[in-house]
Design a protein around this ligand. Structure first.
Ligand code: FRU
Length: 827
């Protein structure tokens, strides 16, 4: 719609413009000095003429014989922006200044009838007043047989026709032998003329002719003469306006009158010629006509009547034409408006059509996208189903394998437990048995988790609630972690109601203990030395909440959403568990009607929160259940699980050094136990620590795991080989990754040998021995080919970077500061 509005406005504007467009219309201001029949006739002529000119309008103002008023009328025209002024000045002297002013201001002025005392006008149209006076005198002499004794009633003194008419009459009369007895002004009015005639006739009774400068004054003179019984006096007037002068002649009131031309049409034409810059006459003097007397007055009156009739018809026609014109322009406007509306409708229609077309195209696109999305969704659904099936198969497989493992595991665990408890074991055997015992325990827990998880998935995992004091429980559970935390330099704190303040509720103790164990084990696993773990516990009437918050590695934003998913491993490269511990914890909590959630930021720690609804069971229904903690197996023997065995204090300077780098403490412990009879064993739990120890102790051999946190085995091997002081040390990669590609990567990083887990201790021992012997042979060969001085220089026997070969081949140097002293330092 926002495009239609401007279009509509444009169209309407266009139609409006075409309807309203007009050429310039000239405004003509006409200032009449007086209002009488003669001027009425002139004004009619002006109005008729203006009808023929569409481009002009007139406004006629009359000053009613007042010069002051006429000055005001002229100013009115100027102030209202009239294009031209036509003025018949009442008195020449009074009107000349204002006309001068207007003319000099650039407004064209046409003077007509009466004149001014300057030439400040654009054009002048006047009658031959002097000639008219002469004609009147001639006619009088003719009428009175050459013996005219006349009195003159003149127009307003100061108006130019009065002076000219007097001049012409006197000159002609006197030259023809007539006599002008007296002359007095009648001011162009009958009222002013009557008393003047009265008094002049009483002074000059011999008068036989009255010459009046217009018909009105002549009629007044006639009335006086009749009243005095002076029918002998001949009366002549001027103007011959039909309804006064000619009628007076026809009725015998006066004897003759002389036509004073009006020619209103000429005034309009001259004014328009001036305005349109067309040629015009600057001075136009209209000629004198012959006298109107009894011989022609009737005809002239009839002609005048006919003229009036024609004028009426013309006016009627004009009215009709105006009407047609108005109708025409209304219809034209209607037509334009119609066209505009049609165009507008077409525009609107077009836009609607386009909008509909765009909408349907959009609709089609959306449908297509929907179809694609649906296909994608179906595909995703199928994939999910496949994934779920695969997971189920995997779970089924794990479950079956777990079931299968249960019996042999029990058969292993029992003998191992008994052997571990035997009194006659050497310390080495005791350590090995402890490793075996612990790993049997781990294996058993994993199997239990898988079986529990399967049960949960199948809805067969039951909750066996019993009334417990949670405050006491959590304190007991915490006990087993204190020693481990202390050993690892981690601050472990409990924020709970004071000891002895009971928090009674009914829970499946074994399951909630496993949840707690899982959360706290994870916290211990991921919290570095000097970190802290805080366990908080609070309870109200409706729910119990406990939190395990640590300052460890934290969980990334990406992992946090999946952390409770089964088999989810945040670190796929270095997995630190089976991936079902947390999902099983969630399952256990949810079985209680509770919730488990996590908040964490990477490198800033994590906080797991468990809520459990407070419920109670009658003591009679309290069940211990078949799934209670198997204390016999020591399933939650935390200390055993987090046992640290790295100890570098008992090195023998006569034995070669082997550095074992593996993140699994048990592997480190196992290798140490297997090899410590023949070698000094250094251990490191990640690649970075391994590189550091290798540079510091320059061992004779490095046994290195591949997948480790902080720095993996490949990078560790590469660094050892790139460092000048350690580059000669043979590296044996020991890993569970047995694929060829992984082996190739190991060799690419500079490894000298590769051994897959699980390994045989015999193979490990012989590989280690052969690698060390080979390296020794090469060194001996290399040293014998060097000059004695050079050898001395190349093989320093002391100092931090003394080659390990010196320590193994020359035991007398083993007591040097860089051997025993440093071997005794803790790592
Ligand atoms: C009309 C009139 C005429 C006369 C003319 C002179 O106002 O008085 O009667 O002829 O003016 O200007």
């Amino acid at each position: 719609m926002h495009r239609i509005l401007p279009l509509a406005l444009c169209l309407l504007l266009l139609s409006g413009l075409s309807g309203c467009h007009r050429d310039k219309v000239y405004r003509i201001g006409i200032s009449q000095c007086s209002q009488d029949d003669w001027r009425t006739k002139m004004n009619d002529e002006i109005n008729r003429e203006i009808m023929l000119h569409k481009d002009a309008v007139v406004e006629i103002r009359s000053a009613d014989d007042s010069s002051a008023r006429q000055i005001d009328d002229i100013r009115y025209f100027v102030q209202n922006g009239f294009d031209i002024l036509i003025v018949s000045p009442n008195e020449a002297a009074a009107l000349t200044p204002v006309i001068d002013e207007v003319y000099k201001a650039g407004i064209p002025v046409v003077i007509f009838d009466r004149n001014i005392n300057s030439r400040s006008y654009t054009a002048r149209i006047g009658a031959d007043d002097e000639g008219t006076g002469r004609a009147a005198a001639r006619y009088a002499m003719h009428l009175l047989g050459g013996k005219a004794r006349a009195i003159e009633i003149s127009g307003l003194r100061g108006s130019t026709p009065a002076a000219a008419r007097h001049r012409g009459f006197v000159r002609e009369l006197e030259s023809a032998g007539g006599t002008l007895l007296a002359s007095a002004p009648g001011n162009w009015n009958k009222e002013d003329a009557v008393p003047v005639v009265d008094s002049l006739l009483s002074i000059h009774p011999e008068t036989n002719l009255i010459y009046a400068h217009n018909d009105r004054m002549a009629i007044g003179a006639s009335e006086v003469a009749r009243r005095l019984g002076r029918d002998d006096i001949k009366i002549i007037g001027i103007d011959a306006a039909p309804d006064i002068g000619i009628r007076a002649v026809a009725d015998g009131i006066i004897d003759a009158t002389f036509l004073y031309p009006t020619e209103g049409h000429r005034l309009v034409r001259t004014a328009l010629a001036i305005l349109k810059h067309e040629p015009y006459e600057r001075e136009t003097i209209l000629p004198v006509s012959s006298a109107v007397d009894r011989s022609n007055a009737d005809i002239l009156l009839r002609q005048n009547e006919m003229l009036k009739e024609e004028t009426r018809k013309i006016e009627l026609l004009k009215t009709r034409i105006d009407l047609f014109q108005a109708e025409y322009s209304a219809q034209k406007s209607l037509l334009y408006a119609g066209i505009a509306i049609i165009l507008l409708l077409c525009g609107v229609g077009f836009l609607l059509l386009r909008a509909w077309w765009q909408h349907s195209r959009h609709q089609k696109e959306l449908m297509q996208q929907n179809r694609l999305l649906e296909e994608e969704r179906d595909k995703q659904k199928r994939l999910n189903e496949q994934l779920e099936n695969a997971t189920q198969s995997k779970l089924m497989f794990f479950t079956n394998v777990s079931h299968d493992l249960c019996t042999p595991l029990t058969l292993i665990s029992e003998p191992v437990a008994q052997l571990a408890a035997a009194d006659n074991l050497t310390p080495q055997q005791h350590t090995l048995m402890k490793i075996a015992e612990k790993n049997v325990r781990i294996l058993r827990r994993l199997i239990d988790q898988i079986l529990d998880f399967r049960k949960y998935e199948n809805g067969k995992l039951e909750v066996h609630r019993s009334e417990v004091d949670f405050n006491q429980c959590i304190r007991e559970w915490m006990e087993s972690f204190h020693a481990v935390a202390c050993k690892r330099g981690i601050k472990l704190e409990l924020e709970a109601p004071a000891a002895g303040q009971s928090l009674p509720l009914a829970i499946d103790v074994e399951k909630i203990e496993r949840v707690f164990f899982n959360l706290l084990s994870n916290a211990l696993k991921y919290t570095p030395r000097n970190g802290s773990i805080t366990v908080r516990c609070r309870c109200d009437a409706r729910q119990l909440t406990f939190e395990v918050a640590d300052t460890g590695e934290g969980i990334s934003e990406h992992d946090i959403g999946n952390i409770f998913d089964r088999f989810y491993q945040a670190d796929r490269i270095h997995p630190r568990g089976s991936g079902i511990g947390l999902s099983l914890a969630k399952a256990f909590v949810e079985l209680h009607g509770g919730t488990i959630s996590v908040e964490s930021q990477l490198h800033k720690g994590a906080r797991f929160t468990v809520t459990l609804p407070v419920r109670h069971v009658a003591p009679a229904t309290t069940e211990t259940g078949a799934e209670d903690v198997d204390s016999a197996t020591g399933q939650h023997n935390v200390e055993a699980e987090f046992e640290t065995i790295d100890d570098h204090t008992s090195f023998d300077a006569d034995k070669p050094i082997i550095l074992v780098i593996d993140d699994n403490r048990d592997i480190r412990l196992l290798i140490k136990e297997l090899m410590s009879a023949d070698y000094n064993i250094l251990t490191a739990s990640n690649g970075r620590e391994g590189v550091r120890l290798a540079a510091r102790y320059v061992p004779d051999l490095v046994i290195c795991d591949v997948m480790m946190p902080v720095m993996d085995g490949l990078e560790c091997c590469r660094r050892i080989k790139n460092e000048l002081s350690t580059s000669h040390i043979p590296v044996l990669m020991l890993t569970a990754c047995s694929m060829d590609e992984q082996r190739a990567q190991g060799y690419d990083s500079g490894a000298d040998g590769y051994l897959s887990k699980p390994f045989s201790s015999a193979v490990l021992k012989s590989r280690c021995a052969s690698l060390i012997a080979n390296r020794k042979r090469i060194r001996e060969l290399w040293s014998s080919s060097l000059p004695a001085g050079g050898r001395k220089q190349e093989r320093p026997t002391s100092g931090p970077n003394a080659p390990a070969g010196d320590r193994t081949t020359n035991s007398t140097t083993a007591s040097s500061p860089c051997s025993r002293r440093r071997w005794g330092m803790p790592t």
